[in-house]
Design a protein around this ligand. Structure first.
Ligand code: E4P
Length: 214
């Protein structure tokens, strides 16, 4: 399972890119709203930091508006993937954009039924929100597992990207549930790298090395 980073902050993306473990970037209107500057300029800058898909979300609520915004976003860079919410208008926009060769990601997906609709419309990615499902007492990983299962028959070239990831455990469970990608906030990426026994082991190696006989 590949890892993407879930932020629009250029410093966080640059730092994660240096580690060599990030294969793409997801943004959403909330994440973009926290950054200064023009939306298109931020997305363009992100494409220069990571050589992989960069997800940029439309704001329109009607299909014509989504298609118009989607074409503008896709024109920023060939790696831009247009994120479109899971609504009837969104399905129409996904269908129209995919027929024009624009890569789309269907976002705010919570059920296998929604994922099947998105795949049939031509979405390149579907993004189940694991954490937000957990927040209201549903099992986000169980929904992700059902989505990966119903899309596994090879009928569609649609990848499952686990979103709304809140912990390293979510990442591991997403991989075991069959996600193709997990998009991970910088904080969770740091938590994934950390283990108390790694720290203790390193400290012991250093201490023992300092006592080395000549
Ligand atoms: C990514 O594509 C999603 O927009 C993001 O993972 C949502 O995460 P949140 O539920 O933590 O806001």
């Amino acid at each position: 399972m590949k890892l993407f980073i879930d932020t629009a902050n250029l410093d966080e993306i640059g730092a994660a890119a240096k580690l060599g473990v990030i294969h793409g970037v997801t943004t959403n209107p909330t994440l973009i709203s926290r950054e200064r500057g023009d939306f298109a300029a931020i997305i363009r800058e992100i494409t220069s930091l990571v050589d992989g898909p960069v997800f940029a979300e439309v704001l329109a609520e009607d299909a014509d508006g989504m298609v118009r915004e989607g074409l503008e976003l896709a024109a920023i860079h060939e790696n831009v993937c247009v994120k479109i919410p899971m609504t009837p208008a969104g399905l129409e926009a996904i269908s129209r954009l995919s027929k024009e060769g624009v890569k789309t990601a269907c976002t705010l997906v919570f059920s296998a039924a929604q994922a099947l609709l998105a795949a049939n419309a031509g979405a390149r990615y579907v993004a189940p929100f694991v954490g937000r499902a957990d927040d209201i007492g549903w099992d986000g990983i169980e929904a992700l597992s059902a989505i990966a299962d119903v899309l596994s028959d090879g009928d569609f070239d649609t990848e499952v990207i686990a979103a709304s990831v809140r912990s390293p455990l979510h990442v591991v469970e997403a991989a075991r549930a069959g996600a193709d990608i997990a998009t991970v906030p910088p904080k969770v990426l740091a938590q994934m790298a950390s283990h108390p026994l790694t720290d203790a082991g390193l400290e012991r190696f250093r201490r023992d090395w300092a006592l080395k006989k000549d």
